[in-house]
Design a protein around this ligand. Structure first.
Ligand SMILES: Cc1ncc(COP(=O)(O)O)c(C=O)c1O
Length: 430
């Protein structure tokens, strides 16, 4: 038994060495699940996205509280249980050989993780580093670029607060000018979005911030088209892909953005406190690291890894998260999450008093949607959903969209979404 358990973990957690300490499923159940997922690989994403039996099997890999229905998987999307088990082994291993490990093996191990992550995200390993989250990744860029008084940056009224705050600090400190544009909630086509950015460009514009998958509404922006337009003016693009990696099927190189960041504790399913910063090779030299570095040359991306003693056990678990994700596949995750969003929004979209603040078209959204009830403020709606129906969402009270953000996960059942539909319908009736 112990041998087969160990072989499962060796297959799963490449960096793991110790037997595991706890589990939610028995070894044979895990092996059954992995074999089952492997056997389904040939089926089309479209077919499998609607196969409830398949997703019921996938749900066994997640251990979630049944105290409430969790439809707020946007902030932090829990890691699957095998990933946590592997992380526990990394903690044990590093703790058993503490300074020795940190002074010897950590470098090779972390390089293997970086390499796997670069392959998955679609860039070269010498264009990326692992960091703690999107905020750290993108604020490093925003605060590290040489921007002078009068230089302009373009962003939208739906960008994430931390990036906007970093630009505001540059405005106060360096007198740069921030132009905040309004994006339509329901664009007619990609060109409307591209035009909205283009109209804000002036001869002083240096950089555009683009959110790939907008957190407050779930809208997906045409990043590549925005980059092509910006580059034709010599303007650089910073892409906020916090919610996109692991939820949307894409590669960084296809976006052609200059700078890019994500949080791996969202849709990649890595443990909390993991993120990634990407920078095109020829941009690295001109961006200042936030924490001064004199170990690497200016054009070496590792200058951005200068963070002192790192939470290495969390970083090692990124590899386990990538392996777990690969048992399903990102295009399949994308298809399922889109299906779940369409499933419940379809049922309420024509109900009087219910407002969907997310585009309907498949290519313009994914698993996240924002819904409002005309008679309730976002906070009241979120509270009623939790207090009266035991459904956890998050209130979004932004000038652009008011409602609650609903974010199902791979473990979410149609029955849970049906309960959401009942709740919204009853609440809209007053
Ligand atoms: C669009 C967007 N960007 C950035 C972030 C920041 O992510 P983190 O807190 O992991 O840095 C978030 C967080 O939800 C987000 O939604």
């Amino acid at each position: 038994m112990e041998n087969s358990r160990r072989s499962f973990l060796q297959q799963f957690g490449a960096l793991s060495v110790s037997p595991l300490a706890f589990s939610s499923l028995s070894t044979s159940e895990w092996n059954h699940l992995l074999a089952y997922l492997g056997n389904q690989k040939q089926r089309s994403d479209q077919d499998i996205s609607r196969d409830e039996a398949y997703w019921k099997e996938v749900a066994k890999a997640y251990r979630v509280s049944d105290d409430f229905i969790n439809l707020e998987n946007g902030y932090y999307s829990l890691a699957a249980w095998p990933v946590l088990e592997a992380q526990w082994q990394h903690i044990q291993r590093v703790n058993e050989t503490p300074s020795y490990y940190m002074r010897t093996h950590q470098w090779d191990d972390r390089l293997r993780v970086r390499q796997a992550l670069a392959d998955f995200a679609g860039c070269s390993v010498d264009e990326m580093v692992i960091c703690r989250n999107t905020t750290e990744a993108l604020d490093t860029v925003i605060l590290g670029l040489d921007l002078a008084a009068g230089n302009e940056a373009i962003m939208t009224n739906q960008d994430y607060g931390s990036m906007v705050a970093a630009f505001s600090q540059r405005a106060r400190r360096d007198k740069i000018v921030n132009r905040v544009i309004s994006l339509p909630l329901h664009p007619k086509n990609d060109q409307e979005i591209v035009d909205t950015f283009e109209q804000a460009i002036t001869p002083q514009t240096k950089v555009i911030l683009v959110t790939h998958l907008i957190n407050i509404t779930g809208q997906v922006l045409p990043v590549r088209k925005i980059c092509d337009m910006a580059h034709s003016y010599g303007v650089e693009v910073i892409c906020d892909s916090a919610h996109a990696l692991g939820q949307l099927d894409f590669k960084i190189r296809d976006l052609d953005c200059d700078y890019w960041g994500t949080s791996l504790h969202k849709w990649v399913g890595a443990p909390l406190g993991n993120g990634m910063l990407f920078m095109k090779k020829d941009k690295i030299a001109k961006v200042w690291p936030l924490l001064g570095d004199d170990t690497y040359p200016d054009d070496d991306i590792r200058k951005f890894e200068h963070h002192g003693t790192l939470p290495v056990t969390g970083q090692l678990s990124i590899l386990d998260a990538l392996k777990f994700q690969d048992t399903i596949g990102v295009s399949r995750k994308q298809a399922r999450l889109r299906y779940l969003k369409q499933y419940w929004t379809q049922k309420v979209k024509d109900t009087t008093g219910i407002i969907i603040n997310t585009p309907w078209e498949e290519e313009r959204s994914s698993g996240i949607a924002n819904v409002g009830v005309a008679s309730l403020s976002p906070n009241k709606l979120a509270k009623r959903l939790m207090d009266d129906y035991n459904i956890f969402t998050v209130a979004i009270n932004n000038e652009a969209a008011q409602g609650v953000r609903v974010t199902p996960h791979l473990y979410t059942s149609l029955d849970e979404l049906d309960q959401l539909v009942v709740a919204l319908t009853e609440l809209s009736e007053g």
